[in-house]
Design a protein around this ligand. Structure first.
Ligand code: LRH
Ligand code: MN
Ligand code: MN
Length: 426
């Protein structure tokens, strides 16, 4: 299963004439409006979003799982899948590993393979939300557990994850805690948080100097009454006490319905406290739906905060980590990831079109209508020709999903790996 550069060129040749027509029209419109298309293209080209190792197989719900066939059977095959995404989309250059799901058996070999596919290693993720044969159970928590022995085990696991990441060249540890309680009275909120802080301190202390700790929050699930780190405020509180290299990770699905996520992003960025993102979309909760499939306007507003905050010097663009965190019950994960990568870049490109000088002027003048008009003008621009041009310039596919289907990649994967393979993950 290899798509060659020639395959991509052949596919592109079918679409390029039409693309050039659309691109030329948009480019001249934008240039007339004083926007440098080349600057925007270069930003779109260089923006890369990591893919998590657990997004390459079919996810499931507690009611069941429907395999898609040809799912990667090993870390090697996961990297091959991401390599294909990278080749077609030119929008991802890293994998985020989850330990113990993805412990490499041969580090040299795995790094060599990743290099061949132009893939690096993003932040590593620890797992203290499942029992996978470790001595003590995480049924009643991990870093927050009442039993110091369980806490020690969970801290030791995180240290081991750091060691794995160090060998691969990762520069960050992502911690998501499932810890919490299912019923009132089950847990002391304060004791649980104090224990968590103490555990995190030990983990933070064992991180290399050039690493960052990305601390996730989530209001509920798998615990349904309370979660030890339920919101960005609690995550931020812990990060502030831990030190400069601990920052808040925003997973878009980890909010209660209607939360103003763009405001959270703006505030965190303003305080230099934003570690990065887990992109997905959500209708009700942590639905892990394709990024941009439900609330594309919200995603645009989030990117506007990011562009504004970084342009204003609150935090550098490079200091923020970008990753997709989604799970697919009904779609081919590779197609879904292609859709997500496009949706993220669409939101980014649109946010770059916002005339921030005028926006600030209207804000200062209290002109609510015109401020909104500025946002609408950018949001309603069809920026897809810009994304296509950026992909074309980088050697990617003009129509990634079409070429994937034309070459029947999933069918090939099923032939090679089997109908009933199951990727490790959620
Ligand atoms: C928690 C979460 C977290 C990861 C992943 C597997 O809901 O989003 O970011 O560990 O799931
Ligand atoms: Mn997440
Ligand atoms: Mn999640």
């Amino acid at each position: 299963m290899q798509l060659t550069t020639e395959n991509i060129q052949e596919s592109n040749s079918r679409y390029v004439a039409l693309h050039q027509k659309f691109f030329a029209t948009l480019a001249s419109q934008l240039e007339d409006g004083g926007i440098s298309v080349e600057k925007i293209l270069s930003k779109i080209r260089s923006f890369q979003i990591a893919v998590p190792s657990w997004a390459l197989g079919a996810g499931g719900t507690r009611f069941g799982r429907f395999g898609i066939g040809g799912e990667p059977r090993s870390l090697e095959e996961k990297i091959e899948d991401i390599g294909l995404l990278a080749k077609l989309t030119k929008s991802t250059d890293a994998v985020s590993l989850h330990i113990p799901w993805d412990i490499p058996s041969d580090y040299e070999a795995i790094m060599q393979l990743a290099k061949c596919h132009n893939i690096g290693f993003d932040a590593v993720n620890s797992n203290t939300f499942q029992d996978y044969g470790q001595e003590k159970s995480y049924k009643f928590g991990s870093l927050s557990h009442n039993d110091p022995k369980v806490r020690e085990q969970a801290v030791a696991h995180n240290k081991q994850v750091i060691e794995v990441g160090e060998k691969l060249g990762s520069k960050g540890l992502t911690v998501w805690l499932a810890d919490g309680s299912n019923f009132p009275g089950q847990q002391s909120f304060r004791r649980a948080l104090d224990n968590t802080f103490e555990s995190l301190q030990k983990i933070y202390a064992s991180m290399p100097e050039d690493w960052k700790l990305l601390l996730e929050y989530k209001p509920y699930e798998p615990n349904f009454y309370s979660t030890v780190i339920p919101d960005w405020g609690t995550s931020h509180l812990l990060c502030r006490q831990l030190g400069d290299r601990a920052k808040v990770l925003v997973d878009l699905g980890h909010h209660l319905p209607n939360t103003n996520i763009e405001q959270i992003v703006g505030i965190l960025l303003g305080q230099n406290q934003l570690a990065g993102f887990h992109f997905n979309d959500s209708k009700f909760g942590d639905d892990d739906l394709t990024t941009g499939s439900i609330k594309p306007y919200q995603l645009f507003l989030i990117f506007l905060e990011l562009v504004a905050g970084t342009e204003d010097g609150c935090q550098s663009w490079e200091s923020i980590s970008w990753m997709i965190d989604a799970s697919h019950n009904t779609k081919d994960p590779l197609e879904d990831l292609m859709q997500a990568l496009v949706a993220i870049k669409i939101a980014y490109a649109k946010s770059l079109l916002v005339d921030r000088v005028k926006l600030t002027m209207y804000q200062l003048n209290g002109d609510v209508v015109m401020a909104q008009e500025i946002l609408q003008k950018a949001f309603l621009t069809d920026v897809r020709p810009l994304l296509k041009e950026a992909r074309l310039q980088s050697g990617g596919a003009l129509e990634p999903i079409s070429i994937y289907r034309q070459h029947e990649i999933r069918k090939q994967l099923i032939q090679k790996r089997g109908e009933n393979t199951r990727a490790t993950g959620l």
